[in-house]
Ligand binder design. Structure first.
Ligand code: NAI
Length: 334
């Protein structure tokens, strides 16, 4: 059982989350903040903590879990919904319990997806820069009406459902692809479930809201892009691994893909959430992506609203509190 006065080490702590975590802790546990990501080189920092808390890009691989177990870590409270960064078989072998935050605000993520969509469509990012340079011309800023466009939603769970609601409000036609279709959602928003190939060939905009699994890895690849309409807009606020980035770069270079909005990137772990403005960018793939005027990248900020931060903090401490009372965490993964 986790003792009440135990030390809890928070890895990958950001200043934007400390206030909400401190408030939810309510002085119950001794919290230690660590800006470093958990990795083979930082794992020793977990010494003395039977419980640690991790964020989306911490490395919780086999090697790291072996060392965590050796150091006496028994509980891992993820401050994320996704747990693809945790090697579950190894955690199970060591009897390490893993809990997560299943939903902190589907609205935050869905709304950010729409923000990327509208910005790319109406070229707000370019217009903003122009106006700041006293360039008030409109050439090259033509967008399209969202009304009447077909949007394909890959993954129609909590976030995909909110995206469907918003897009239905715009008057878009909706296509859905999900191995577990939500019949009620489909009826409410007039969404037609279809297979991935039809979705790709019929949609004007494709937005990804599926988790990263073996079945979803590179679900967007050279072959699926080839099936897409010329000029298609692709939005990914889900996980970088869903998209084969080099295939997207090729699609952008040929003009087949019309616009790309990414909040996640398959090799984001060493870049996102940190200030690298004084460094030389070593990742040539993201460098190429950043060079396109019709690509908009945000660094995994879709979740970042005050509501979501408070929900993350509350669910994290609900998990930790349950462990401290000898109970199962309410949002147990393992
Ligand atoms: P959810 O579990 O409610 O929904 C996921 C849906 O994807 C489910 O309906 C599931 O059946 C479906 N799915 C599973 N395999 C699929 C496949 N092969 N093809 C298509 N659909 C498939 O999850 P939720 O809360 O909607 O989150 C979705 C994803 O969004 C998370 O897994 C996470 O990766 C990402 N996310 C991103 C955030 C950000 O800040 N950018 C924040 C929170 C979540």
């Amino acid at each position: 059982m986790l003792q009440k006065n135990m030390n809890i080490m928070f890895f990958s702590t950001h200043s934007f989350e400390k206030d909400s975590l401190t408030a939810s802790n309510n002085n119950e546990f001794t919290l230690h903040w660590q800006e470093a990501r958990l990795s083979p080189t930082t794992v020793a920092l977990a010494k003395g903590s039977s419980c640690i808390s991790l964020f989306v890009n911490d490395d919780c691989s086999e090697e790291v879990l072996d060392e965590l177990a050796r150091l006496g870590v028994r509980y891992i409270a993820l401050r994320s919904a996704g747990y693809n960064h945790v090697h579950l078989p190894t955690a199970r072998r060591h009897g390490i319990q893993i809990a997560r935050v299943p939903a902190y605000s589907p609205y935050a993520v869905a709304e950010h997806s729409i923000a990327l969509m509208l910005t790319l469509n109406r070229k707000i990012h370019r217009a903003h820069n122009r106006v700041r340079e006293m360039n008030f011309s409109l050439d090259g800023l033509t967008g399209f009406d969202m009304h009447g466009k077909t949007v394909g939603i890959i993954g129609t769970g909590k976030i995909g459902a909110v995206a469907a609601k918003i897009l239905h409000g715009f008057g878009c036609s909706l296509l859905g692809y999900d191995p577990c279709p939500d019949v009620e959602l489909a009826q409410r928003y007039d969404m037609k479930y279809t297979d991935i190939d039809s979705l790709c060939s019929e949609a004007d905009i494709i937005t990804l809201h599926a988790p990263l699994l073996e079945s979803t890895k590179y679900i967007i690849n050279h072959a699926t892009i080839k099936r897409m309409k010329r000029g298609v807009m692709l939005i990914n606020t889900s996980r970088g691994g869903l998209v084969e980035t080099k295939a997207v770069v090729a699609g952008l270079k040929s003009g087949h893909i019309g616009a790309v909005g990414l909040d996640v990137y398959e090799d984001e772990s060493t870049l996102f959430f940190e200030d690298h403005s004084d460094s030389i960018l070593q990742d040539d793939v993201i460098a190429r992506l950043m060079s396109f005027p019709n690509v908009l990248i945000t660094s995994h900020q879709a979740f970042l609203t005050d509501t979501a931060l408070q929900n993350i903090a509350d669910a994290t401490f609900a998990n930790i509190r349950a462990w401290s009372q000898g109970l199962n965490a309410p949002y147990l993964v393992l």
